[in-house]
Design a protein around this ligand. Structure first.
Ligand code: TXA
Ligand code: MG
Length: 339
């Protein structure tokens, strides 16, 4: 790439145009391929649930794994997550850079529930790409971005790999800033008050780098202990762990009648017998729009759960497209639990 002069913000003047296009598209809810020093990301406005749903749709992920939220620095990060002393020390040392920090969400976190797949924690990273940081700063909003590969494929370290993997309908813009310097995904560290700092995914920042900041023997490698409810989970496991407190019943094979003590979650206005007497009824998408349904899934389940019903009766959407991931999540939440 030719060396153009640096603008006052640190990005090349010639890249301002790409930034403007990226901004317009992201504000409209479109996806943009963004450069980071680790791998290229597939970005959406993290506060727009339907845009986030599109990430899962175009990646063809059959499950809702939580995504990393990208910020331009600590100030925005602290609007999203609660940083204890350790998280703060790590962010100050490694940001911008290849460390994603999982922290509790703030009470008024503006990010869509779909980003963290209904969890009450959020993974946050400040990438070391002047372009991407400047884009986030100019928009004043975090970007949710997984690696920009179709599900099951290798993570892309050059822009052309992203361009080739998706149509321009799916991803109208891929910003090319040359090959990624690291070529390896960020280290993910779990950092929640009262619990040991735990590495959930290994990456460029090493355990000894973390301990150099936090002190010797303060950081654990993730060791799954399925019997320990409070142990931090591997990324995938953490996601599958989320379920409402109330019993969740699917309205498919048996079609239970709703009672006064139940809440009901419908799809495309498909009625459930007895729903008029239920405690409350919500609809994932009255028009049957899967992206809208995905965007509403976790927040609606939460709303219905908060009423402490005996059961949440859910009409599952048809299992195609994003419906596959929605139904997967509903089935797991409906599976018997030993509590
Ligand atoms: O380097 C990277 O981290 C790249 C670039 C684009 O920033 N992103 C990336 O994202 O690798 P992705 O979606 O491919 O991986 C995100 C990982 C997933 O394994 C997910 O389960 C985990 O982060 N994760 C996200 N939020 C989490 C949370 N609240 N708790 C535990 N794990 C979480
Ligand atoms: Mg990935």
């Amino acid at each position: 790439m030719s060396q153009k002069p640096l603008g006052s913000s640190g990005i090349r003047d010639g890249d301002k145009e790409a930034q403007k296009r990226a901004q317009d598209l992201l504000r409209k809810g479109s996806l943009v391929g963004i450069p980071t020093e680790t791998v290229y990301g597939l970005a959406a406005d993290a506060c727009n649930g339907q845009a986030v749903a599109r990430i899962f749709e175009v990646k063809g992920r059959p499950q809702f794994n939580p995504l990393i939220c990208h910020v331009d620095g600590l100030e925005l990060a602290q609007k999203l997550g609660v940083f204890d002393e350790r998280a703060m020390a790590l962010a100050k040392k490694f940001w911008p850079g290849s460390l994603s920090i999982v922290v509790p969400k703030t009470a008024d976190c503006p990010v869509s529930d779909l980003v963290s797949a209904g969890l009450d924690t959020i993974a946050i990273r400040c990438p070391n790409s002047a372009f991407t940081r400047d884009l986030i700063a100019s928009m004043g909003m975090p970007l949710a971005a997984p690696s920009a590969n179709p599900s099951g494929k290798l993570s892309p370290t050059v822009a052309s790999a992203v361009r080739d993997a998706f149509s321009t309908d799916q991803v109208p813009l891929v910003v090319d800033m040359g090959p990624c310097k690291m070529g390896l995904e960020s280290t993910i560290v779990y950092c929640v008050e009262g619990q040991p700092v735990t590495i959930l995914r290994h990456g460029a920042v090493l355990m000894e780098d973390l301990e150099a900041v936090l002190g010797e023997n303060t950081v654990r490698k993730h060791q799954p202990d399925i019997n320990d409810e409070n142990a931090p989970r591997a990324p995938g496991m953490l996601a599958s762990h989320y379920a409402p407190d109330s019993k969740l019943v699917l309205w498919d094979e048996d079609q239970p009648q709703a009672q006064e003590t139940d809440t009901v979650l419908t799809f495309a206005a498909q009625p459930v017998t007895g729903m008029e007497r239920a405690l409350n009824t919500l609809d994932l998408s009255l028009t049957g729009d899967m992206a809208e349904a995905a965007a509403n899934l976790f927040s609606m389940l939460r709303q219905l759960d908060e009423l402490q019903p005996k059961r949440i009766i859910v009409v599952p959407p048809p299992a195609h497209g994003l419906g596959v991931a929605i139904v997967d999540r509903l089935r797991r939440a409906a599976a018997p639990r030993n509590t």
